[in-house]
Design a protein around this ligand. Structure first.
Ligand SMILES: [Zn+2]
Length: 411
């Protein structure tokens, strides 16, 4: 099975599918459509039924039930796009068999070395087949590993009809990395009771808690006067912006928080005396704290408006997604089944909150409860990204085992 996984994965990562926040189309980039169309053909070739792509580039397909029992319909999802943080053009995957734990010089010229000094978790992969970049691009294991795993699992179930399962749906979706993945996802057409995204990191990861998330944009307007004659007239927008930032709790920043701690993250600060713009993201696991964070922002803005004038500050604050736990806890058995599936395969489930969001965060609120499962990759979104093929194979078996357990536990 390993060769099959490698073949699929390599063929996917060679297509540049980086999404683009500045694009208004769906998918945001052409490359995503190229891969999506290739996936439709592959789904048909392995024997999936009604494989299709819609006008927005969402790929869906079905594996019909092979049991008489009434089993819930389960979906598996992965996203076709790759991150915008680092280039995904010209990915040249390096396959290392029987990894011996020694430092891997990915790119000698640029001194890009994947070694245990910076990445101690590498020692978990001794003896594995791992796939790395050549140091000049990201790898795209996020999330093409998920696609390869779902595809291989469906192929495996088709070739092993003795494994009984209910109706299975798969979907490959665009633009997750720019937060638009679920925006045009047709939940009704997908018609699954529950789903899993195969979009996590190291083996064992199982996640059903995400941040509550908001985006915040502030524009400060000043009055620029020659500094020699500015007394009493000049209003410095950059300084009001600094005053705003100083009023936020200094220790509630991403670089100072972990686990269940939330934060305000200053993404960008651009401006001058005349006009200054700040962009933030606000994150918290608890809904109440999340609301309190947004209320604090509004309070600081109100105070500064009081001080400098109502029209000096424009605020644009929007919720982006919510903690999926609220929607998954009532159907916790779907987490338990994933956890049991891992245990049956001697994988220790690592249930931890995601300090971020997945497509599942939004899908769960659209009526499709969707926890997240490991792919086996690490260091996503940059040149140090790598993945263990051994653990991808385990992910394939986890998918098959989940399908099997839902059947076994049905009436
Ligand atoms: Zn991802």
């Amino acid at each position: 099975m390993k060769n099959e996984i490698i073949q699929r994965f390599v063929s996917y990562v060679k297509i540049n599918t980086q999404s683009d926040e500045n694009s208004t189309t769906c998918p945001s980039t052409e490359g995503q459509l190229t891969l999506a169309n290739q996936l439709v053909e592959e789904l048909k070739a392995i024997g999936m039924t009604d494989a299709s792509i819609d006008e927005n580039g969402y790929v869906m397909a079905t594996l019909p039930a092979n049991t008489e029992k009434k089993v819930p319909t389960i979906g598996f999802l992965a996203h076709v796009d790759t991150a915008t943080d680092f280039t995904g053009k010209g990915v040249n995957p390096q396959i290392i068999e029987q990894f011996d734990g020694s430092d891997l010089v990915l790119n000698g010229a640029a001194n890009v070395v994947l070694g245990k000094k910076d990445f101690p978790s590498l020692s978990n992969y001794i003896g594995h087949t791992i796939i790395t970049t050549d140091g000049t691009t990201l790898l795209g294991a996020d999330n093409k590993a998920g696609i390869a795993e779902i595809m291989t699992a469906m192929d495996y179930l088709i070739k092993h009809p003795e494994i009984k399962h209910g109706k299975i749906r798969v979907a490959f979706t665009p633009d997750e990395e720019i937060g638009r993945g679920p925006h045009k996802f047709d939940v009704e057409k997908f018609n699954a009771d529950y789903a899993y995204t195969m979009d996590g990191g190291p083996i064992g990861e199982l996640q059903y808690e995400s941040f509550n998330a908001a985006g915040l944009k502030l524009t400060f307007r000043g009055t620029n006067i020659h500094p020699g004659t500015a007394k009493g007239t000049m209003v410095n927008a950059a300084k009001i912006a600094m005053e705003f930032h100083s009023a936020l709790p200094a220790d509630e920043a991403p670089e100072l928080t972990e686990g269940y701690e939330g934060f305000y993250h200053l993404l960008s600060f651009q401006g001058d005396v005349e006009e200054t713009k700040l962009a933030y993201i606000i994150r918290d696991f608890e809904r109440e704290n999340f609301e309190a964070r947004k209320a604090l922002v509004e309070k600081i803005v109100a105070d500064l408006r009081e001080k400098y004038g109502q029209d000096r500050i424009a605020i644009d604050m929007n919720d982006q997604y919510y903690n999926m736990r609220e929607k998954i806890e009532p159907v916790k058995e779907i987490v338990d089944i994933a956890s049991d599936a891992m245990k049956n395969l001697d994988i220790e489930p690592i249930v931890s909150p995601i300090r971020g969001g997945t497509d599942g965060s939004q899908l769960s609120y659209m009526g499709l409860p969707t926890p997240n499962i490991f792919t086996g990759g690490e260091n996503f979104h940059g040149p140090y990204e790598f993945i263990s093929v051994d653990n991808m194979e385990k992910a394939v078996h986890v998918i098959a085992e989940i399908c099997k357990l839902f059947e076994e536990r049905a009436e």
